[in-house]
Design a protein around this ligand. Structure first.
Ligand SMILES: Cc1cc2nc3c(=O)[nH]c(=O)nc-3n(C[C@H](O)[C@H](O)[C@H](O)COP(=O)(O)O)c2cc1C
Length: 192
C-alpha cells in the first residue's frame, strides 16, 4: 500500500555498508525518476551513479549529516551508504534551474520510494560541498549539482511521532539508537 511505503520511507543515515547496491538497481531507480513529472516536461535532470568504494568515499567527504544531532558527525566506516545517486540539472536543456522547479524533489521521492520497495533506504542530502564534489568527480560546469541521494540497506530504526503546535520538530535519537522524527499533526496543517 502506498501509505505503508510512504510511512516506511524515512531518511536513513546508517547502512550495512558491505551490502552493495548493483548498478542495475541504480538504473532501475533512475528510470522511476525519468517517468516522473517535470515542469513544462523539459526533463533537465541528469544523474551520476556511484556504488564502488573509492567513488563513494569521495562523495561521502562532501556531505553534511543530520544537523540536529549535534554530537553525531555522520555514519562511521562500516555504516556508510553503499551507493549514491547525484541529481544534476543540464544547463544545455535549461540555462538556470530555478527553485520553483521542483523536478529534483519529485525525482528524489520517486527514487527513494522505489528503493524502499526493493528493501533499500536512503537520505536526501542537500547540505553538501558542491564545489568540492564537482572537483572530486570532475563534474563539468554544464551541470548544476542539485541533490545527493545516499542509498543502501538501512541499519537503523526510524519511528514517526506527532508533534503539537509549539512542539519541537527536531528529530532525535534515543539511548537505544532509535531515530525519532516528529511530524506535525494532520489537523494542524489543513487550514480549511
Ligand atoms: C531537500 C532535502 C534536503 C535534505 N538535506 C539533508 C542533509 O543535507 N543532511 C541530512 O542528514 N538530511 C537531509 N535531509 C533529510 C531531512 O532531514 C529529513 O527528511 C527530515 O529530518 C524528516 O525525516 P524523514 O525524511 O524521515 O521524514 C533533507 C531532506 C530534504 C527533503
Amino acid at each position: 500500500m502506498l501509505e505503508d511505503l510512504i510511512k516506511g520511507n524515512r531518511s536513513y543515515r546508517r547502512f550495512y555498508q558491505d551490502e552493495m547496491v548493483p548498478a542495475e538497481t541504480l538504473k532501475w531507480l533512475v528510470n522511476l525518476a525519468r517517468l516522473s513529472a517535470s515542469a513544462a516536461n523539459l526533463q533537465p535532470l541528469k544523474y551520476l551513479l556511484a556504488n564502488e568504494p573509492a567513488r563513494n568515499d569521495a562523495i561521502f567527504s562532501c556531505l553534511a549529516w543530520a544537523g540536529y544531532l549535534k554530537d553525531w558527525p555522520g555514519p562511521p566506516p562500516g555504516e556508510r551508504p553503499s551507493a549514491y545517486i547525484i541529481i544534476l540539472s543540464d544547463r544545455e536543456i535549461l540555462k538556470q534551474y530555478w527553485e520553483h522547479f521542483c523536478d529534483h524533489g519529485i525525482a528524489a521521492q520517486s527514487i527513494l520510494l522505489g528503493a524502499r520497495e526493493k528493501g533499500l533506504g536512503g537520505c536526501m542530502i542537500g547540505s553538501l560541498q558542491k564545489d568540492r564534489l564537482r572537483d572530486l568527480l570532475n563534474i563539468p560546469a554544464r551541470y548544476d549539482i542539485l541533490l545527493v541521494l545516499a542509498l543502501g540497506k538501512p541499519k537503523e530504526v526510524v519511528v514517526l511521532e506527532e508533534t503539537a503546535p509549539g512542539g519541537s520538530i527536531k528529530y532525535w535519537r534515543d539511548a537505544a539508537g532509535v531515530h525519532h522524527v516528529p511530524k506535525r499533526r494532520l489537523a494542524d496543517i489543513i487550514l480549511v
